[in-house]
Design a protein around this ligand. Sequence first.
Ligand code: NAD
Length: 480
Amino acid sequence: MKIKNYINGELVAPEAGKYLDNYNPANGEVYSQIPSSTKEDVEKAVEAAEKAFLKWSNTTLEERSKILSKIADLILEKLDFLAKAESKDNGKPISLATEVDIPRAAANFQFFANAITQFSSEAHESVGFNAMNFTLRQPIGVVGCISPWNLPLYLFTWKIAPAIAAGNCVVAKPSEITPMTAFLLGEICNEAGLPKGVLNIIHGLGPSTGQAIVAHKNIKAISFTGGTTTGAHIARVAAPMFKKISLELGGKNPNIIFADCNYEKMITTTVRSSFANQGQICLCGSRIFVEEKIYEKFKKYFVEKVSQLKVGNPTKKDTNIGALVSKQHLEKVKSYIDIAEEEGGKVLFGGNKVEVAGSENGYYLQPTIIEVFDNKCRLNQEEIFGPVVTIMSFKTDEEALTLANDVKYGLAATLWTNNLNRTMQFSKQLHTGIVWVNTWMLRDLRTPFGGQKDSGVGREGGFEALRFFTEPKNICIQYE
Ligand code: NAD
């Protein structure tokens, strides 16, 4: 099967006729091909978006909201079909795609369908000057959205929905590793009545297709989610052109566990925050710090629980851990297990590839727990982005806080405690964009989402996203 670009409401082949292979991670086989798009394809998409902009930006909020809601409804109607497609493309368990990825993609559209009808701007009266200021929040024009492979439709729509809700037209690129559900979204948008050219989806590699989007002079803002190195490169290209950028990048998140927490809830959630989606979520708690008092107990129970997780074919309903997204990624993740051994880390569980009967060439790895003794080790400093977590003990609050903050990333942190003072102290002093206390990945879409330090610039979510996708303009009127 050949995937096509979605430009001006139509599914079209790439101008140069070049394609890339797309693999099924569950069995390592090529099952489709995607356009290897060039500058010319991006140019056509930008032209279509520019042509659609005037009308779309003047479409009433009610009408935009109705179309976004319709897209959400159609995604839910096709939930099973889309979940199967996502699971096959990415290797994630079908249960996860059905319960999390696809419903969230629908929720993204529904949320911004509602949010845009409530979005307003400020007025400032200049008292004593007979003057009134009000802020216009105008759509930017044509914007670029670039997303990664770990939560394909979930993150793709997290950018597109606010961008079009705010009245922009979009040129978007999903990851070349997981293009399928983005491809399917094009037809859904047509069915929902989204006018031609409002959304354009271009497939291809980052350094060529992605680069052409970032460098295009008529694309005025870039919303990017992906790796930190890529984000830094995008910032370098976009900065001299004075584009607005929002960068959601890598993480190396601490999961800090105190003896006074609700132990049962903590251990069940920690299994999930460590290994959900094969550990390939930017929010996963990959560095687990446990208070010394309960360290030995935790080690024993955690290993026991993790050993019960079933690694298997993603299509099977009882699979907990599916395949990693690609052969290259599997090798990268696996290499950290070797590094751990060189660095004096102790593998407490896992560490090996898994052969799944009937899918022998799939990219499977055991969930892996490594005990480390120095937070400066590469395992605790570098993003692995797979089913590998480290554990380490601490004695005091101060030590836990220092360990948690001693890393270049600053996306999210999880804290397990029932002590209110500690909760407040950590919440204020953790250098992260998000802190979860006694829970993990509980998402309210109104809240600001994003990271500090090398985890990015800017915030998505709620009105933050609508602010990003609009240009504020102050109007000052003096009256007599
Ligand atoms: P990646 O940076 O390799 O690719 C992300 C996207 O950028 C892809 O679509 C890719 O084609 C494109 N791209 C690559 N080079 C480009 C370039 N030079 N110009 C323009 N586009 C380019 O990341 P990935 O491997 O797909 O995703 C994994 C990373 O994403 C991890 O680091 C993870 O932490 C991060 N992530 C962050 C968040 C967050 O919200 N902070 C969420 C999910 C994933």
